[in-house]
Design a protein around this ligand. Sequence first.
Ligand SMILES: Nc1ncnc2c1ncn2[C@@H]1O[C@H](COP(=O)(O)OP(=O)(O)O)[C@@H](O)[C@H]1O
Ligand SMILES: [Mg+2]
Length: 260
Amino acid sequence: MSQPSQPPILQARGLTKSFGGFRAVNDISLDLGTSEILGVIGPNGAGKSTLFNLLAGAVPIDAGSVHLAGVNLTHARPEARIKSGMGRTFQIPRPFPRMTVLENVMTSAQGQRGESLLSALIAPRQVAAQERANANRARDILDFVSLSHLEDQPASVLSGGQRKLLELARVMMADPRLILLDEPAAGVNPALLDLIIDRILAINRLGIAVLLIEHNMEMIARLCPRVIVMAAGKALAEGAPAEVTRRADVIDVYLEGMPA
Ligand SMILES: Nc1ncnc2c1ncn2[C@@H]1O[C@H](COP(=O)(O)OP(=O)(O)O)[C@@H](O)[C@H]1O
Ligand SMILES: [Mg+2]
């Protein structure tokens, strides 16, 4: 396993997960630098999304460990990981369809006092002030992802690419130090692809580390100095995208997944 050139924000060791008798993720370790963008590529079924689910705490691990900025999150609940600075987006975005775009972003704010009935009764003015502050922050983030003009629309009207941008906005609202992006280019028309790439770079320039699952090799090449290739639950190769994608064993696992 090669190391990032910076101190790691994320350290995963020996992550393993079986479903029934099937090992979806088999002994994966990785170090992600504090402001690195690391790609995860590999054919369908390789275990990439399951790896994200293990890192995010969405499914319990069988073995291994996860540390974020030195804090052991191996058995932490998903909400605790988000509070610690780990954000994630989903391969299939799941906005609340009837809420507005702005409301969807606001639901990701952390530590909302208004959520507790008691604090709403004791300190209604502070709760209202916090709501306003959250709305302003959500508007700034919508501006950042170029969705401001849609803030009052229900999320159901958004195109595939706009849903991906909304996912980016929701993850940014939680003030992450690291974001896990699962196929942000999937289902995105070419006109929005450049914008999404540009926004991921802008997020990274804020000092936020990015772990990126993606099939779109243009996006990988433009964003990731380093990638890990997963196949059948294992890390098959690691290195610069142009180098690993020339390797015969990497080409083979992609061809195996293709219809004959
Ligand atoms: N919750 C689950 N229950 C059973 N099998 C699963 C579950 N999640 C994923 N798998 C299986 O694990 C393997 C890896 O899936 P996944 O992590 O989604 O791969 P990728 O994201 O690389 O396409 C697949 O064979 C998939 O069917
Ligand atoms: Mg997947």
